[in-house]
Design a protein around this ligand. Structure first.
Ligand code: FAD
Length: 474
């Protein structure tokens, strides 16, 4: 078939209305939110069910047409945006957004890939259950995208990455076959765990169309504190105390620098500084309990007070605010979740999504901050994130009044400096956002030849014609 004939067949599969071709209709699918990637496409296909996805892939595979799966388009490494060849076709899962089933007794739910993470939270909540994956982008990102990127977020400390939250998957393979892996088993040791191949594969091995997710008891008591500290070293000591005292009740431990809080107060609607006096660093601590306390007591409040009391005595804490209401707790989280977007308002920002062993975070920060300040005098490091997982978003805003384009032109140079330090600590250059296009060329520098060879062979086994997200990851 010629390209026009193939295109006509694809339009026929989804129906004219769901094959977007006009520039105004395709535009939102071709640009990601930081404008780092802008692509071109002959069409955006919006299938209504897995059979249509299967038909599309069958046709594309036979014709050698390249397909770019897209969920909520919040990915941060460019994997969901077509390149500028105007030949890659975007396949959006957004119409496939049904919650198929909630098994409250079995603590699982079956959802289609296009459900937003927020819709999944709401559905679990309505069944008095918790789906713990929590990201700043949850109003827009979709569970298919979360699974394809093995998203992390702020609840990893207690519940693990997306990889730990998936029981089963339904996947359309590049040749159009459907893998029916929607099992809800907690234990299943029958050979290779194929679902894990697709989790974190960034749309390069198959298109996820549905998933069975783990649910958890909804917390009955929760407390959130916003704590001021002098240094990341004090934050690490506080983390150690909190984890040792609270165990599984410690459900959040997020680090933020003063400058990040200032950016939030300046640019984030509704954000207010939770503390009267400024401190160099802050942590947000969340404790959750599945049970209410005996005699009307509050187990998380008591525990939080014990932890903070000990930390005060040890001289670790300068000041702390305990949320007195659900709204105040949400206000504290609002600052943390807004920390990515507010950096846009301060000009160019060079990003690193890195992890190091948890105990190495303070040393890593000391070295990396000094290194980028030496490289670009006046730059403003805004390192923040999931301290309890050793995952820091080491973002660096441009110097005030600097030229944005000239600053961003130093992206690779700064990455090399920071990633060099990460390597010395045995860390990762992509803790949770993936590889996509942004870090593809770096992959070979951090993986051994054996790992690269195995990855290429996995890709060739699943997608021999290379039609799914080519040029992403590998
Ligand atoms: P998309 O951006 O549409 O796609 C991401 C990748 O998955 C692409 O390679 C795409 O081809 C592939 N893909 C999408 N859907 C499917 C599917 N159904 N089948 C196969 N492949 C598919 N990430 C974190 O891990 N932790 C955070 O804390 C976090 N915070 C964020 C905060 C903000 C404000 C923003 C904008 C982003 C944040 N992210 C975070 C990144 C992003 O939200 C996650 O990577 C998310 O999982 C992407 O989901 P999505 O539906 O938007 O996927």
């Amino acid at each position: 078939m010629t390209d026009p004939a193939v295109h006509a067949r694809l339009i026929e599969i989804v129906g004219d209305r769901n094959a977007l071709r006009a520039e105004a209709d395709t535009a939102p699918y071709l640009r990601e939110w930081r404008d780092l990637y802008v692509g071109k496409t002959p069409m955006v296909l919006r299938p209504g069910g897995r059979e249509e996805v299967a038909e599309i892939l069958k046709v594309a595979n036979e014709a050698g047409l390249r397909i770019v799966p897209q969920g909520g388009n919040t990915g941060l490494v460019g994997g969901q945006i077509p390149d500028d060849s105007a030949t890659e076709i975007v396949l959006s899962l957004s119409r496939m957004n049904r919650v198929r089933d909630i098994d409250a007794d079995g603590f699982s739910m079956t959802v289609e890939a296009g459900c937003t993470l927020q819709a999944i939270h709401d559905a679990a909540d309505a069944a008095d259950r918790l789906f713990p994956l929590t990201l700043g982008s949850q109003g827009s990102c979709q569970i298919g995208g979360n699974i394809a990127t093995n998203a992390g977020g702020t609840a990893v400390l207690a519940y693990g990455n997306t990889r730990d939250l998936v029981l089963g998957l339904e996947v359309v393979l590049p040749d159009g076959r459907i893998w029916e892996g929607l099992r809800s088993l907690r234990k299943d040791n029958t050979g290779y765990d194929l679902k894990q191949m697709f989790i974190g594969s960034e749309g390069t091995l198959g298109i996820i169309t549905a998933a069975v997710l783990k649910l958890f008891p909804r917390p009955r008591a929760q407390d959130v504190a916003f704590v001021a500290l002098a240094s990341p070293r004090d934050a690490l000591a506080l983390f150690s105390t909190a984890r040792a005292r609270a165990g599984a009740m410690l459900t959040g431990f997020e680090l933020m620098p003063r400058i990040g809080v200032e950016f939030a107060v300046r640019h984030l609607p509704g954000a207010r500084d939770p503390l009267a006096t400024a401190a160099p660093w802050y942590v947000l601590i969340e404790l959750s309990s599945g049970t209410e306390g005996a005699d009307g007591g509050n187990p998380t409040r008591d525990l939080m007070e014990t932890i903070l009391g000990e930390a005060y005595e040890a001289g670790l804490v300068e000041d702390a605010a305990l949320a007195e209401s659900v709204q105040q707790a949400a206000d504290f989280w609002h600052i943390r979740h807004g920390m990515s977007e507010v950096q846009r308002e301060e000009g160019g920002s060079i990003k690193h999504d890195v992890s190091v062993p948890v105990a190495a975070v303070p040393d890593f920060l000391d070295e990396a901050i000094a290194a980028v300040e030496a490289l670009v005098p006046g730059c403003r490091p805004v390192p923040f994130g999931h301290m309890g997982d050793g995952n820091i978003h080491f973002n660096v805003s441009q110097p005030v009044d600097a030229d944005k384009a000239a600053y961003l032109a130093r992206w690779d140079e700064m990455n090399a400096v920071v990633h060099g330090i990460v390597a010395r600590y045995g860390g990762s250059i992509s803790a949770e956002h993936g590889i996509g296009r942004l870090k593809r060329d770096l992959l070979g520098t951090v993986k051994s030849e054996v790992e690269m060879d195995l990855m290429r062979r996995v890709k060739a086994a699943f997608d021999p014609n290379g039609i799914l997200n080519p040029g992403r990851i590998l």
